[in-house]
Design a protein around this ligand. Sequence first.
Ligand code: SAH
Length: 384
Amino acid sequence: MESTTARHLLEPDDGLAAWLAAHGQAAWRAKAIRRWLFAGRVMAFADMTDLPAAVRAELETDFTIWTTSIATHHRADDGTEKLLLELADGHRIECVLLRDGDRRTVCISSQVGCAMGCVFCASGIDGVVRNLTTGEIVEQLLRLARLLPPHERLSHIVVMGMGEPLANLDRLLPALALAQHPEGLGISQRRITISTVGLPPAMDRLTAENPGYHLAVSLHAADDELRTRLVPVNKAIGVEAVMAAADRYWEASGRRLTFEYVLLGEVNDSPEHARRLARLIGGRAALLNVIPYNPVAGMPWKEPTNDARERFIGVLESAGINVQIRRRKGARINAACGQLRRLAARATSDRPPAGHSPVTQAKQPKSSTAASTTPRMPPSHTAQ
Ligand code: SAH
Protein backbone atom coordinates (compact mmCIF):
# COMPACT_ATOMS: atom_id res chain seq x y z
CA MET A 1 0.00 0.00 0.00
CA GLU A 2 2.07 2.92 -1.20
CA SER A 3 0.82 6.38 -0.73
CA THR A 4 1.97 9.52 -2.37
CA THR A 5 0.68 11.86 0.31
CA ALA A 6 2.35 11.41 3.67
CA ARG A 7 -0.13 10.81 6.46
CA HIS A 8 0.17 12.55 9.79
CA LEU A 9 1.15 9.95 12.34
CA LEU A 10 -0.38 11.89 15.21
CA GLU A 11 -3.88 11.91 13.73
CA PRO A 12 -6.28 9.24 15.06
CA ASP A 13 -6.86 7.81 11.58
CA ASP A 14 -3.22 7.68 10.59
CA GLY A 15 -3.57 4.28 8.92
CA LEU A 16 -0.47 2.94 10.62
CA ALA A 17 -2.00 -0.42 11.56
CA ALA A 18 -3.06 -1.09 7.96
CA TRP A 19 0.31 0.08 6.68
CA LEU A 20 2.18 -2.33 8.96
CA ALA A 21 -0.03 -5.21 7.87
CA ALA A 22 0.50 -4.34 4.21
CA HIS A 23 4.25 -4.26 4.77
CA GLY A 24 4.36 -7.61 6.52
CA GLN A 25 5.15 -6.04 9.88
CA ALA A 26 3.77 -7.24 13.20
CA ALA A 27 0.86 -5.28 14.62
CA TRP A 28 2.75 -4.62 17.87
CA ARG A 29 5.08 -2.34 16.00
CA ALA A 30 2.37 0.33 16.07
CA LYS A 31 2.66 0.37 19.85
CA ALA A 32 6.41 0.44 19.67
CA ILE A 33 6.32 3.43 17.33
CA ARG A 34 3.98 5.30 19.67
CA ARG A 35 6.23 4.46 22.60
CA TRP A 36 9.19 5.93 20.75
CA LEU A 37 7.25 9.11 20.12
CA PHE A 38 5.55 9.62 23.47
CA ALA A 39 7.93 8.05 25.97
CA GLY A 40 11.14 8.08 23.92
CA ARG A 41 10.44 11.61 22.64
CA VAL A 42 12.29 10.92 19.42
CA MET A 43 11.87 13.25 16.46
CA ALA A 44 12.23 10.83 13.56
CA PHE A 45 11.64 7.26 12.43
CA ALA A 46 15.39 7.03 11.93
CA ASP A 47 15.80 7.18 15.70
CA MET A 48 13.45 4.23 16.34
CA THR A 49 16.35 1.89 16.51
CA ASP A 50 14.51 -1.38 17.10
CA LEU A 51 12.72 -1.10 13.76
CA PRO A 52 14.43 -2.64 10.74
CA ALA A 53 16.25 0.08 8.81
CA ALA A 54 14.27 -0.59 5.64
CA VAL A 55 10.98 -0.21 7.50
CA ARG A 56 12.17 3.03 9.04
CA ALA A 57 13.00 4.39 5.62
CA GLU A 58 9.60 3.43 4.21
CA LEU A 59 7.79 4.92 7.18
CA GLU A 60 9.75 8.11 6.63
CA THR A 61 8.39 8.27 3.09
CA ASP A 62 4.80 7.41 3.86
CA PHE A 63 4.21 9.22 7.15
CA THR A 64 4.80 12.67 8.54
CA ILE A 65 5.37 12.96 12.26
CA TRP A 66 5.70 16.72 12.55
CA THR A 67 3.56 19.20 10.68
CA THR A 68 4.62 22.11 12.90
CA SER A 69 7.93 23.85 13.27
CA ILE A 70 9.23 25.96 16.14
CA ALA A 71 9.17 29.63 15.09
CA THR A 72 10.38 30.97 18.43
CA HIS A 73 11.25 29.53 21.80
CA HIS A 74 11.48 31.72 24.90
CA ARG A 75 12.41 30.90 28.43
CA ALA A 76 11.59 32.98 31.50
CA ASP A 77 13.68 33.15 34.65
CA ASP A 78 11.10 31.09 36.53
CA GLY A 79 11.55 28.15 34.14
CA THR A 80 8.42 28.84 32.09
CA GLU A 81 9.00 28.12 28.43
CA LYS A 82 6.85 29.26 25.55
CA LEU A 83 6.84 27.96 22.01
CA LEU A 84 5.41 29.76 19.04
CA LEU A 85 4.68 26.99 16.56
CA GLU A 86 4.22 27.51 12.86
CA LEU A 87 1.63 25.24 11.29
CA ALA A 88 1.90 23.73 7.82
CA ASP A 89 -0.32 26.49 6.41
CA GLY A 90 1.81 29.24 7.95
CA HIS A 91 -0.51 30.14 10.83
CA ARG A 92 1.00 30.35 14.27
CA ILE A 93 -0.09 29.11 17.66
CA GLU A 94 1.35 29.23 21.15
CA CYS A 95 1.91 26.66 23.83
CA VAL A 96 3.62 26.89 27.18
CA LEU A 97 5.43 24.71 29.70
CA LEU A 98 5.11 25.77 33.33
CA ARG A 99 7.32 24.48 36.12
CA ASP A 100 5.90 24.65 39.60
CA GLY A 101 7.42 22.41 42.27
CA ASP A 102 6.99 18.88 41.00
CA ARG A 103 4.36 19.92 38.51
CA ARG A 104 5.14 20.11 34.85
CA THR A 105 2.05 21.70 33.37
CA VAL A 106 1.50 22.47 29.73
CA CYS A 107 -0.90 25.05 28.42
CA ILE A 108 -2.06 24.29 24.90
CA SER A 109 -4.09 26.00 22.18
CA SER A 110 -7.20 24.56 20.57
CA GLN A 111 -7.76 26.96 17.65
CA VAL A 112 -5.91 29.46 15.49
CA GLY A 113 -7.35 32.69 16.89
CA CYS A 114 -10.68 32.69 18.70
CA ALA A 115 -14.24 33.63 17.80
CA MET A 116 -15.42 34.48 21.33
CA GLY A 117 -14.26 38.10 21.19
CA CYS A 118 -13.46 38.63 24.90
CA VAL A 119 -12.49 42.28 24.79
CA PHE A 120 -9.35 42.02 26.91
CA CYS A 121 -7.87 38.93 25.25
CA ALA A 122 -5.20 39.05 22.55
CA SER A 123 -6.21 35.73 20.98
CA GLY A 124 -9.50 36.91 19.57
CA ILE A 125 -8.46 40.24 18.13
CA ASP A 126 -8.48 38.91 14.58
CA GLY A 127 -11.26 36.38 15.11
CA VAL A 128 -10.92 32.68 14.55
CA VAL A 129 -9.03 31.34 11.55
CA ARG A 130 -9.62 27.64 12.00
CA ASN A 131 -9.77 24.73 14.40
CA LEU A 132 -6.57 22.90 15.16
CA THR A 133 -6.44 19.28 14.08
CA THR A 134 -6.00 16.51 16.62
CA GLY A 135 -2.46 16.02 15.36
CA GLU A 136 -1.62 19.70 15.83
CA ILE A 137 -2.89 19.55 19.40
CA VAL A 138 -0.85 16.40 20.11
CA GLU A 139 2.23 18.01 18.57
CA GLN A 140 2.06 20.80 21.12
CA LEU A 141 2.15 18.21 23.90
CA LEU A 142 5.06 16.35 22.38
CA ARG A 143 7.08 19.44 21.59
CA LEU A 144 6.66 20.71 25.14
CA ALA A 145 7.47 17.27 26.62
CA ARG A 146 10.74 17.39 24.67
CA LEU A 147 11.75 20.48 26.63
CA LEU A 148 11.96 18.37 29.79
CA PRO A 149 15.01 16.36 30.79
CA PRO A 150 14.50 12.62 30.21
CA HIS A 151 13.71 11.83 33.85
CA GLU A 152 10.87 14.38 34.02
CA ARG A 153 7.35 13.90 32.66
CA LEU A 154 4.46 16.18 31.94
CA SER A 155 2.04 15.99 34.86
CA HIS A 156 -0.83 18.35 34.01
CA ILE A 157 -2.50 19.81 30.93
CA VAL A 158 -4.54 23.00 30.82
CA VAL A 159 -6.38 23.86 27.63
CA MET A 160 -6.10 27.58 28.18
CA GLY A 161 -4.07 28.73 25.22
CA MET A 162 -5.51 30.29 22.09
CA GLY A 163 -9.05 29.43 21.13
CA GLU A 164 -12.24 28.15 22.68
CA PRO A 165 -11.73 24.43 23.37
CA LEU A 166 -15.44 23.67 23.53
CA ALA A 167 -15.81 24.99 19.98
CA ASN A 168 -13.39 22.28 18.82
CA LEU A 169 -14.30 19.27 20.95
CA ASP A 170 -14.29 16.84 18.01
CA ARG A 171 -10.56 17.32 17.56
CA LEU A 172 -9.62 18.10 21.13
CA LEU A 173 -11.09 15.00 22.78
CA PRO A 174 -9.10 12.45 20.74
CA ALA A 175 -5.92 14.44 21.49
CA LEU A 176 -6.68 14.40 25.21
CA ALA A 177 -7.49 10.67 25.01
CA LEU A 178 -4.02 10.09 23.62
CA ALA A 179 -2.53 12.23 26.38
CA GLN A 180 -4.22 9.95 28.92
CA HIS A 181 -3.40 6.67 27.21
CA PRO A 182 -0.71 4.57 28.91
CA GLU A 183 1.05 4.37 25.56
CA GLY A 184 0.60 8.11 25.16
CA LEU A 185 1.62 10.47 27.90
CA GLY A 186 -0.17 8.64 30.71
CA ILE A 187 -1.61 11.84 32.22
CA SER A 188 -4.71 11.11 34.26
CA GLN A 189 -7.92 12.79 33.21
CA ARG A 190 -8.18 14.48 36.59
CA ARG A 191 -5.03 16.39 35.78
CA ILE A 192 -6.45 17.82 32.60
CA THR A 193 -8.30 21.14 32.77
CA ILE A 194 -10.48 22.45 29.98
CA SER A 195 -11.19 26.16 30.21
CA THR A 196 -14.30 27.47 28.49
CA VAL A 197 -15.95 30.80 27.97
CA GLY A 198 -19.15 28.91 28.83
CA LEU A 199 -20.97 27.37 25.86
CA PRO A 200 -23.89 25.41 27.37
CA PRO A 201 -24.59 22.96 24.51
CA ALA A 202 -20.94 21.93 24.34
CA MET A 203 -20.72 21.79 28.14
CA ASP A 204 -23.72 19.46 28.09
CA ARG A 205 -22.04 17.30 25.47
CA LEU A 206 -19.02 16.96 27.74
CA THR A 207 -21.34 16.21 30.66
CA ALA A 208 -22.95 13.40 28.68
CA GLU A 209 -19.83 11.98 27.07
CA ASN A 210 -16.91 12.60 29.32
CA PRO A 211 -17.32 14.50 32.57
CA GLY A 212 -13.98 13.40 34.02
CA TYR A 213 -12.05 16.49 33.02
CA HIS A 214 -11.54 19.37 35.34
CA LEU A 215 -13.74 22.16 33.93
CA ALA A 216 -12.91 25.83 34.34
CA VAL A 217 -15.55 28.37 33.35
CA SER A 218 -14.50 31.92 32.52
CA LEU A 219 -17.01 34.29 34.10
CA HIS A 220 -15.34 37.71 34.39
CA ALA A 221 -18.62 39.30 35.51
CA ALA A 222 -21.61 38.19 37.55
CA ASP A 223 -24.33 40.06 35.67
CA ASP A 224 -25.36 39.97 32.05
CA GLU A 225 -24.88 43.66 31.38
CA LEU A 226 -21.19 43.67 32.31
CA ARG A 227 -20.47 40.14 31.12
CA THR A 228 -21.84 40.86 27.68
CA ARG A 229 -19.61 43.92 27.51
CA LEU A 230 -16.51 41.88 28.36
CA VAL A 231 -17.48 38.56 26.80
CA PRO A 232 -19.66 39.41 23.79
CA VAL A 233 -20.70 35.83 23.18
CA ASN A 234 -22.60 36.09 26.47
CA LYS A 235 -25.29 38.17 24.75
CA ALA A 236 -26.92 35.13 23.23
CA ILE A 237 -26.29 32.88 26.24
CA GLY A 238 -26.61 34.68 29.55
CA VAL A 239 -24.90 34.05 32.88
CA GLU A 240 -27.78 31.97 34.20
CA ALA A 241 -27.55 29.42 31.39
CA VAL A 242 -23.77 29.18 31.85
CA MET A 243 -24.18 28.51 35.58
CA ALA A 244 -26.90 25.92 34.97
CA ALA A 245 -24.69 24.06 32.49
CA ALA A 246 -21.76 24.26 34.93
CA ASP A 247 -23.96 22.77 37.64
CA ARG A 248 -24.99 19.90 35.36
CA TYR A 249 -21.34 19.17 34.65
CA TRP A 250 -20.58 19.23 38.36
CA GLU A 251 -23.43 16.83 39.10
CA ALA A 252 -22.11 14.38 36.51
CA SER A 253 -18.46 14.72 37.44
CA GLY A 254 -18.63 15.20 41.19
CA ARG A 255 -15.49 17.27 40.82
CA ARG A 256 -15.07 20.77 42.06
CA LEU A 257 -15.58 23.35 39.33
CA THR A 258 -13.31 26.30 38.79
CA PHE A 259 -14.61 29.72 37.84
CA GLU A 260 -12.16 32.15 36.32
CA TYR A 261 -12.42 35.87 36.76
CA VAL A 262 -9.99 38.22 35.03
CA LEU A 263 -9.72 41.29 37.22
CA LEU A 264 -9.67 44.46 35.13
CA GLY A 265 -8.82 47.69 36.95
CA GLU A 266 -11.91 49.90 37.48
CA VAL A 267 -14.05 47.67 35.31
CA ASN A 268 -15.05 44.60 37.30
CA ASP A 269 -12.97 44.94 40.47
CA SER A 270 -15.17 46.86 42.94
CA PRO A 271 -16.49 45.44 46.23
CA GLU A 272 -19.97 45.52 44.68
CA HIS A 273 -18.75 43.34 41.80
CA ALA A 274 -17.29 40.97 44.37
CA ARG A 275 -20.59 40.84 46.29
CA ARG A 276 -22.50 40.01 43.12
CA LEU A 277 -19.98 37.33 42.25
CA ALA A 278 -20.25 35.84 45.74
CA ARG A 279 -24.03 35.69 45.36
CA LEU A 280 -23.72 34.05 41.97
CA ILE A 281 -21.28 31.27 42.82
CA GLY A 282 -21.99 30.92 46.56
CA GLY A 283 -23.14 27.53 47.78
CA ARG A 284 -21.26 25.61 45.12
CA ALA A 285 -18.30 23.28 45.49
CA ALA A 286 -16.18 25.61 43.45
CA LEU A 287 -12.88 27.37 43.34
CA LEU A 288 -12.73 30.95 42.16
CA ASN A 289 -9.58 31.68 40.25
CA VAL A 290 -8.96 35.43 40.20
CA ILE A 291 -6.56 36.39 37.43
CA PRO A 292 -5.14 39.92 37.53
CA TYR A 293 -5.32 41.26 33.98
CA ASN A 294 -2.14 40.74 32.05
CA PRO A 295 -1.76 43.85 29.91
CA VAL A 296 -1.96 43.44 26.15
CA ALA A 297 -0.19 46.08 24.07
CA GLY A 298 -2.63 48.51 22.51
CA MET A 299 -5.59 47.52 24.70
CA PRO A 300 -7.20 50.07 27.00
CA TRP A 301 -7.57 47.85 30.07
CA LYS A 302 -5.62 48.29 33.28
CA GLU A 303 -4.36 45.94 35.90
CA PRO A 304 -6.23 46.22 39.18
CA THR A 305 -4.40 48.10 41.95
CA ASN A 306 -3.17 46.01 44.86
CA ASP A 307 -5.76 47.66 47.09
CA ALA A 308 -8.62 46.92 44.73
CA ARG A 309 -7.48 43.34 44.36
CA GLU A 310 -7.22 42.82 48.13
CA ARG A 311 -10.63 44.39 48.74
CA PHE A 312 -12.17 42.26 46.01
CA ILE A 313 -10.75 39.05 47.41
CA GLY A 314 -11.59 40.08 50.97
CA VAL A 315 -15.28 40.43 50.13
CA LEU A 316 -15.35 37.01 48.50
CA GLU A 317 -13.46 35.30 51.27
CA SER A 318 -15.72 36.73 53.92
CA ALA A 319 -18.65 35.38 51.93
CA GLY A 320 -17.08 31.92 52.26
CA ILE A 321 -15.88 31.63 48.66
CA ASN A 322 -12.78 29.59 48.05
CA VAL A 323 -10.55 32.06 46.20
CA GLN A 324 -7.21 31.58 44.55
CA ILE A 325 -5.19 34.32 42.96
CA ARG A 326 -3.48 33.02 39.92
CA ARG A 327 0.22 33.58 40.13
CA ARG A 328 1.63 34.95 37.01
CA LYS A 329 4.34 32.95 35.41
CA GLY A 330 6.54 34.01 32.60
CA ALA A 331 4.94 37.44 32.49
CA ARG A 332 8.05 38.99 31.07
CA ILE A 333 7.84 36.75 28.10
CA ASN A 334 4.32 37.92 27.31
CA ALA A 335 2.18 35.54 29.10
CA ALA A 336 -1.38 36.19 28.13
CA CYS A 337 -3.08 34.27 25.40
CA GLY A 338 -2.18 35.36 21.94
CA GLN A 339 0.41 37.88 22.99
CA LEU A 340 3.45 36.19 21.60
CA ARG A 341 1.75 35.49 18.32
CA ARG A 342 0.80 39.13 17.91
CA LEU A 343 4.23 40.36 18.75
CA ALA A 344 5.72 37.99 16.24
CA ALA A 345 3.26 39.05 13.59
CA ARG A 346 4.09 42.69 14.12
CA ALA A 347 7.79 42.31 14.39
CA THR A 348 9.64 43.71 11.47
CA SER A 349 12.94 42.40 12.66
CA ASP A 350 14.24 39.37 14.49
CA ARG A 351 14.59 41.33 17.69
CA PRO A 352 12.74 39.64 20.53
CA PRO A 353 10.23 41.65 22.51
CA ALA A 354 11.77 43.39 25.51
CA GLY A 355 12.27 41.13 28.45
CA HIS A 356 12.41 37.96 26.41
CA SER A 357 15.33 35.68 25.99
CA PRO A 358 14.83 34.00 22.69
CA VAL A 359 16.44 30.71 22.42
CA THR A 360 15.60 29.41 19.04
CA GLN A 361 14.79 31.82 16.30
CA ALA A 362 15.50 29.58 13.41
CA LYS A 363 12.81 27.31 12.12
CA GLN A 364 13.38 23.66 12.64
CA PRO A 365 13.14 21.11 9.92
CA LYS A 366 9.66 19.62 9.79
CA SER A 367 10.86 16.11 10.26
CA SER A 368 13.87 13.97 10.03
CA THR A 369 17.07 13.37 11.75
CA ALA A 370 18.33 16.89 11.57
CA ALA A 371 15.70 17.83 14.10
CA SER A 372 16.70 15.35 16.71
CA THR A 373 18.47 17.93 18.79
CA THR A 374 16.12 18.92 21.54
CA PRO A 375 15.05 22.52 21.25
CA ARG A 376 16.40 24.32 24.23
CA MET A 377 14.17 27.10 25.43
CA PRO A 378 11.41 29.62 25.80
CA PRO A 379 8.01 31.04 27.05
CA SER A 380 5.14 32.30 29.21
CA HIS A 381 1.63 32.42 30.42
CA THR A 382 -0.39 32.92 33.50
CA ALA A 383 -0.02 29.80 35.55
CA GLN A 384 -2.89 27.87 36.99
N1 SAH B 1 -11.59 30.26 25.61
C1 SAH B 1 -11.26 29.71 26.89
C2 SAH B 1 -9.75 29.63 27.10
C3 SAH B 1 -9.14 31.01 27.11
S1 SAH B 1 -7.64 31.31 27.94
C4 SAH B 1 -11.90 30.53 28.00
O1 SAH B 1 -12.47 31.57 27.69
O2 SAH B 1 -11.84 30.12 29.15
C5 SAH B 1 -7.85 31.03 29.63
C6 SAH B 1 -8.18 32.24 30.50
O3 SAH B 1 -7.30 33.35 30.29
C7 SAH B 1 -9.59 32.75 30.23
O4 SAH B 1 -10.26 32.90 31.46
C8 SAH B 1 -9.33 34.10 29.58
O5 SAH B 1 -10.40 34.98 29.74
C9 SAH B 1 -8.07 34.53 30.29
N2 SAH B 1 -7.35 35.65 29.64
C10 SAH B 1 -7.35 36.00 28.34
N3 SAH B 1 -6.61 37.10 28.14
C11 SAH B 1 -6.13 37.49 29.35
C12 SAH B 1 -5.31 38.56 29.79
N4 SAH B 1 -4.84 39.47 28.95
N5 SAH B 1 -5.02 38.63 31.10
C13 SAH B 1 -5.48 37.71 31.97
N6 SAH B 1 -6.25 36.66 31.61
C14 SAH B 1 -6.58 36.54 30.31
